[in-house]
Design a binder for this molecule. Sequence first.
Ligand SMILES: Cc1cc2nc3c(=O)[nH]c(=O)nc-3n(C[C@H](O)[C@H](O)[C@H](O)COP(=O)(O)OP(=O)(O)OC[C@H]3O[C@@H](n4cnc5c(N)ncnc54)[C@H](O)[C@@H]3O)c2cc1C
Length: 805
Amino acid sequence: MKSHYRVVVIGGGVVGCSVLYHLAKLGWTDVALVERKALTSGSSWHAAGIFHALNADPNIAALQAYTIKLFKEIEAESGQNVGLHMTGGINVASAPERWEWLKAAYRIFQTMGIDTARLVGRDEIKAMWPLMDVSDVLGGLYDVNEGHIDTYGATYAYAGAARKRGATIIEQNRVLALNRKPGGWEVVTEKGPIACEHVVNCGGLWAKQVGLMAGLDLPVTPMEHHYLVTETIPEIAAMSSELPLIVDLEGFTYTRQEGKGLLVGLYEKNFKHWNMEGAPWDFGIELNQEDIDRIAPELEFGFRRFPCLQKAGIKKWVNGSFTFTPDGNPLVGPAPGVPNYWTACGVMAGFLQGGGVGLSLAEMMVNGEASTDIYGMDIARYGGWASNREYLRQTTGQFYSRRFVMTYPNEQLWAGRPLRTAPAYEAMTRNGMRWGAMWGLEIPLYVAPSKDFEETPTLKRSNAHDVVGAECRKTRESVGLLDTTGFSRYEVRGPKAQAWLDRVMASRLPGPGRCALAPMLSPSGKLRGDLSVFNWGDGTWWIMGSYYLRQWHMRWFQDHGEDGVSVRDISDDWVGFSLSGPKSRDVLEAAVRNADVSNQAFRFLGCRALDVGLTRARVGRLSVNGELGYEINVPASEHLTLYRTLKKAGADFGMVEIGFNAMLSLRIEKSFGLWLREFTQVYTPGETGLDRWIAFDKPGFIGRDAALKERDQGTAKRRLVTLEIAAGDADGSGWEPVWRDGKRVGYITSGAYGHTIGKSLAMALIDKEHAAVGTDLTAHVVGVERRAKVIAPSPYDPAGARMRI
Ligand SMILES: Cc1cc2nc3c(=O)[nH]c(=O)nc-3n(C[C@H](O)[C@H](O)[C@H](O)COP(=O)(O)OP(=O)(O)OC[C@H]3O[C@@H](n4cnc5c(N)ncnc54)[C@H](O)[C@@H]3O)c2cc1C
């Protein structure tokens, strides 16, 4: 053990070993892993070792596919057998809606380039798995690249390959404390202190405590999990080949062959947390007592699905523990506000995801950014609120018990809600507003037509379709009122505020009393934000953007901070409403007594302080709906007053309350993109059309060289386009493949029904040679191929005249 390393990785489970391996592979070889006992002595030693392709987040599915490909590579590199059983695997569906979902998921796999998957019918499933009762099975999704590995072998293979590349592993050495030092950390271990520049928390079951060592309360908790292993089953012993892995989406079970018997694991509805504050430090290679009563319903289902289990003896029960986060995805990346502290923890499926997690974290550390869009597992997708113990208990429990249950895009889950509400929430609820959850905040969806109205969860258009349609039409005809608490707001002040914004934003900054769209780039020219900048003219600037990116953007602002400028997240302090539609000026005029808000006095993209009713508001003249519009921001304590004021002022102008669902439809008629859909951290300005807003002649902004290169060399190979789809009963939602003459030429980024123009619309990233307006294409929407055509952007009011009236 040396006294100094560039990086100390804490924890020698599969994830820590993968991080160590990938750091060394990317060239950082002065790295050490410190393990409390022997490698694998957390969750890793007793995992079932299965790996499969399916994940609700296509980006994570792609990283899972990377992990699966890596097993052979690390085996060859390390010389350690990983016990790979590439048996293939089938996700089986026995309910029509789940079968429909699998068919849609199969198409999304094609978008991600996972071409090894295919749909299989009941007979083929029976042929592959003769011992399964398939009487109610409708079909399945089969992938040859699924199976299981030896968990001990895989962990040691990562470790061995890392060692061969120069990394160090120090076992039987617990990390006791972390002390921040200039330029890095002092890692206090049982064997003495180690100085390093970076630490990585791969603490698995102890990640909570390893976080607290640096003052971080991570949203992660262990939970119990069972599987059983049977004695030899004679029918299996008689088989000449190994059975494929089965994930039973209705039965909450996964099943694979183990020796000449079976291994059956269960995700029970009656979940149980285990040591929410982290495992005890003296916890060894131990298991929990099995709790068969608790898992009985799922067990019974498994026994019906695989009748051979009814006669089989049970050789072993495993009730172990592993960690969960509120959405079940890992916590990866630099910890916001704690320099040089990185996390790769909360990894619920370390053997399935460990390779992708290790690669992404190492890329972030070595290259400054991951090569794929890992927002879905970025630690900065959560704020401090997610570590509330009750929130964590409810959300992790919900995730666990729904591990294999599909979530419909329009489905609202119960856990951890309502957590944060806008001050006008109760009043709006009384008026029928229905809510969804975003980053812990209740956001308005639509106003229900009656108290008893229940929206049906579906992949297709729901029974709220017409309700939302009416909100859209009313907005276009008169005026819609939208609660904009779910927008983020950052205040930028200080003598260097303007210079800082000029460096961080790629666009030209607005003059006093003006606002402007502002793309933000990384040094490599990838997108970091699709923001709006407001210059209030009094030395105060605001940045506004997507609410769920609050922590993610603040981390970026802090990482690029400088003396003489302060950036504050004021999203909890400032909230608001927007008015949009041709009559919105009339409503504003009725609410503002002593100011001229005429078109001449308050122009499109202007912003100013205004007294709206009794509130002291800051108002921007803009609208994401493509209409004359105003975003009215007020201190949170004045939100309810603003609501009442606008409701009263709007009564004579046919104003309706609308929700985000209407906004999502209205904005697509204008081809306005959204973050995580049209814009992500791996797309570029040239691909997405955001280059329109880049001030290429402005010196010194982050990402300028790369953006210039993309423009001058024409390196963007695809284009963001608008599609009209002959969709029938469903609209695109994102990731569906788009085809031309049987060749995959791109994919949908988001879709919605355009209620004003009466067409199903989508935005899509298409290879540029197929992106011309008028090109005939097809797209799979909910698994069904439908005609699609590239149309000119902004099918509603292409000239943008209505925003300027
Ligand atoms: C019953 C069961 C079945 C499972 N089945 C599967 C499966 O089929 N497929 C799959 O992909 N996943 C499965 N998992 C999950 C899988 O086991 C975990 O996702 C994975 O092991 C997590 O690995 P890790 O490295 O993050 O954490 P861990 O394995 O918990 O490793 C963390 C390590 O950090 C060390 N450590 C912690 N604190 C310190 C400290 N202060 N100083 C030094 N060392 C420290 C610990 O000793 C430990 O070795 C299963 C889990 C269970 C319980």
